[in-house]
Design a protein around this ligand. Structure first.
Ligand code: HEM
Length: 329
């Protein structure tokens, strides 16, 4: 497996237009969606980010070990899942060969009527530590009105002034360009609280490891591929048998970062295998599928789980609602 591009390329993708070192101002949900639209253009009826995507369905199968950890309905029994695989960014025509994270959104319909959503990325960290920095980064990537083009030098300077943005860029510069949505690992990125019946809270993070292994494409393989291979690949794969992921809860320890999605936890934190995710159906070519009109919400959590104080996590649902309202107009 070969990796393409480099940090320089990732930096070039992130051109900025706010004063370096300056604040971007208070980041509202609306300002964030406007900034996404400015970078990627407005596309009627499309998500402001993760515009290109594919609906699928499957099952959530919790383990017995999960039930020793928590009595949450999320772990009580098998449940149906509506899923959406996607490419990050608001360009609906982005190439499947792009050096951009892949996304996985899940809605799990639990017995008793509760729902739990996961809205995951194929990177273990996010682009910025807080909404103001992310807004600054997006505004800086927007085309300069004078030239109609983004200015990579401004992006570079902004990132120098905001080192938290370099962690994600370094990861993306080296990540494999995936061969399949089903050979991609996904992360929750944020910390959540696992809360027991007595109200005691433990910090946790999520990861989804593909049971088919992580497989990237070599330069040679990439040359053979078109710009839209991921949907057909997943349909063919799932027609032969379920695509599956091992779902792991990472247990935090005192001192681990709780509210910064640019910081990972040490590798040696205890892990519990809590579920198997199976994708068993993929929307047919030309069909939108059940996920299309949904708004997946990062804070829609089954009882037993609560959001942490991570400011990125806490603004996401409001931003998704702005995008949802606009795409439904
Ligand atoms: C402040 C930070 C963020 C903003 C402003 C933002 C914004 C958005 C918006 C506007 C959408 C479209 C929502 C819709 O129309 O339904 C979206 C989708 C998505 N975002 Fe984010 N996002 C942020 C952070 C993240 C993070 C941290 C992750 C994952 C760890 C993530 C993963 C996704 C995924 C997977 C989708 C596609 C959901 C779907 O398929 O419907 N985003 N984001």
């Amino acid at each position: 497996m070969r990796h393409t591009g480099g940090l320089g390329f990732a930096l070039a993708l992130l051109a900025l237009s706010v004063p370096v070192g300056g604040t971007a101002g208070a980041a509202t949900a609306e300002a964030l969606v406007d900034a996404l639209n400015a970078v990627f253009g407005k596309h009627k009826g499309m998500r402001a980010s993760h515009a290109k995507g594919l609906c699928a369905e499957g099952r959530w199968i919790p383990t017995a070990e999960a039930r020793t950890l928590s009595k949450s309905p999320l772990f009580a029994a098998e449940a149906p899942v509506i899923a959406r695989f996607s490419l990050a960014g608001g360009n609906p025509n982005v190439s499947d060969k792009s050096r951009t994270p892949r996304g996985l959104a899940l809605r799990i319909a639990l017995a008793g009527g509760e729902e739990h959503d996961f809205v995951l990325l194929s990177t273990p960290v996010f682009q910025a530590k807080d909404p103001d920095t992310f807004l600054g980064l997006l505004r800086a990537r927007a085309p300069d009105p004078a030239t109609g083009k983004p200015d990579p030098e401004k992006a570079k300077a902004f990132m120098e002034a905001h080192p938290d943005t370099k962690v994600f860029a370094a990861y993306v510069a080296k990540m494999p360009i995936t061969a399949s949505y089903a050979t991609t690992a996904y992360w929750g990125v944020h910390t959540f609280w696992l809360v027991d019946a007595k109200g005691e809270k433990k910090p946790v993070r999520w990861s989804f490891e593909p049971q088919a292994g992580v497989v990237g494409l070599s330069e040679e393989e990439l040359k053979q591929k078109g710009d839209d291979f991921l949907a057909a690949e997943l349909r063919e794969r799932v027609a032969k048998g379920a695509a599956a992921w091992t779902v792991t809860l990472h247990l935090g320890q005192p001192g681990d970062p709780l509210d910064d999605p640019t910081k990972t936890w040490p590798e040696d934190r205890p892990r519990v295998t809590v579920a198997r995710l199976e994708i068993t159906e993929v929307a047919k070519e030309g069909e939108k599928g059940a996920c299309d009109p949904l708004m997946f919400a990062p804070d829609k959590l089954a009882s037993g789980f609560e959001p942490s104080s991570d400011p990125i996590l806490n603004i996401r649902t409001a931003a998704y609602a702005v995008s949802f309202a606009r795409r439904m107009e």
